[in-house]
Design a protein around this ligand. Structure first.
Ligand code: ATP
Length: 361
């Protein structure tokens, strides 16, 4: 039997609420060849207010010693570092653990409301690869500020950083059935290469990597046009690779087209470690009210199991991931329960329970 040790960080706001449901679902798929154990640790804004630390040494050590990290959400709008920025240990972890690929699947499940008119026979199913350790985020905590009259942050693109995320995107694409519109395996590079040298290098390196994958179509788009295409014809896309801040923005846009942040999972994946968390933040407006949709968190837990299974060649973990995704698909398609964000009135716990029941179906 394969056994995995998971580091669990609930965090702030709705983080612990959605995490509680994901842990129940993980407990329900344990057994039958799969052993999961976890240890919970603290990080985030609430902890920072109490102790002056947002990512204690013990939490980092737990993450480094675990097989995978499951993360809720951290940061609160009214709790800030002295420089005015938000407490964000999840971003620190991306840099410290070198989690360079931000993998964000955008998939329209049957039963989910899309604000787009999706033509019959078409669907939305693509994956964004957000470069996670450079781009504009490389300036986080750095940059320069002159009093209250001038501030500067630099956007960093390196050949090595671009190569590795582009390769990951092509490798991921190889295993997919292609874009929903035409079944063609396609990787799209999104940038602003017509205006900035940094993005021109990003595109150049992308095109060089693309030549290593002759069976996959490679194309490029400017980010402004892309924000239109993702609304007009998202079914054209299969895998998308882009700089850190562009990925931050366009992945929220993508999530909006498939039902919102409450159903958008993500994985921050490096060569050694990986962290899985919903694409949403701490949603302080709904925290503590039982309104949070736990599906993004539950689907992130499924992504974690799939990553563990692929890495260890372990069919039990992959099967558990499949089971969770099937259960989510079933609950949504049948409209069994839905939280308010996707047009229902169920509570966070109702959804967690419905997924557990559906696992047995
Ligand atoms: P961050 O910058 O940390 O990603 P954010 O400021 O973009 O966070 P979120 O906390 O993600 O904001 O919330 C954005 C909006 O989406 C809020 O109105 C929030 O209530 C809603 N939302 C986010 N997550 C969920 C969820 N799981 N269920 C229901 N609504 C959610």
């Amino acid at each position: 039997m394969s056994a995995y040790q998971i580091a669990v960080i609930g965090g702030d706001g709705i983080g612990p609420e959605v995490m509680a449901e994901a842990l129940k679902v993980l407990r329900a798929v344990t057994g039958a060849g799969l052993s999961l154990s976890w240890e919970e640790a603290e990080a985030g804004a609430t902890l920072w207010e109490r102790t002056g630390e947002d990512l204690p040494k013990e939490t980092l050590a737990l993450c480094q010693g675990a097989d995978a990290i499951l993360f809720g959400a951290t940061g609160l709008p009214n709790v800030r570092y002295p420089d005015g920025t938000e407490i964000a240990p999840q971003i620190t972890l991306r840099f410290v653990l070198d989690l360079y690929a931000g993998v964000r699947p955008i998939r329209l499940y049957a039963g989910l409301p899309s604000p787009l008119a999706v033509p019959a026979g078409r669907t939305i199913d693509y994956v964004m690869f957000r470069e996670n350790t450079e781009g504009l985020f490389a300036s986080r905590g750095g940059g320069a500020r002159v009093g209250s009259s001038l501030a500067l942050d630099s956007l960093v693109i390196t050949r090595a950083g671009t190569e590795r995320v582009a390769r990951r995107a092509f490798e991921w694409c190889r295993r997919r059935p292609g874009a929903p519109a035409d079944g063609i395996r396609r990787v799209t590079c999104v940038d602003k290469a017509n205006m900035f040298r940094s993005f021109a290098l990003f595109r150049q390196v992308f095109q060089e990597v693309a030549r290593e994958y002759p069976g996959i179509e490679a194309e490029c788009a400017y980010v402004d046009a892309m924000s239109m295409y993702l609304v007009q014809a998202p079914w054209h896309y299969d895998v998308i690779v882009l700089e850190n801040l562009l990925g931050d923005i366009l992945s929220d846009l993508g999530a909006a087209t498939v039902g919102g942040l409450g159903v958008a999972p993500s994985g921050d994946i490096g060569d050694r470690w990986a962290l899985f968390q919903p694409s949403h933040g701490t949603a302080p407006d709904i925290a503590g009210k039982g309104l949070a949709n736990p599906l993004a968190m539950i689907l992130s837990a499924a992504m974690m199991l799939r990553w563990l299974g692929d890495r260890r060649g372990d069919p039990a973990a992959v099967e558990a991931a499949d089971r969770i995704e099937r259960a989510v698909g079933l609950v949504l398609a049948k409209g069994i329960v839905k939280t308010r964000d996707i047009g229902g009135s169920a509570t966070t716990r109702d959804v967690g329970e419905a997924i557990q029941k559906a696992l047995g179906a």
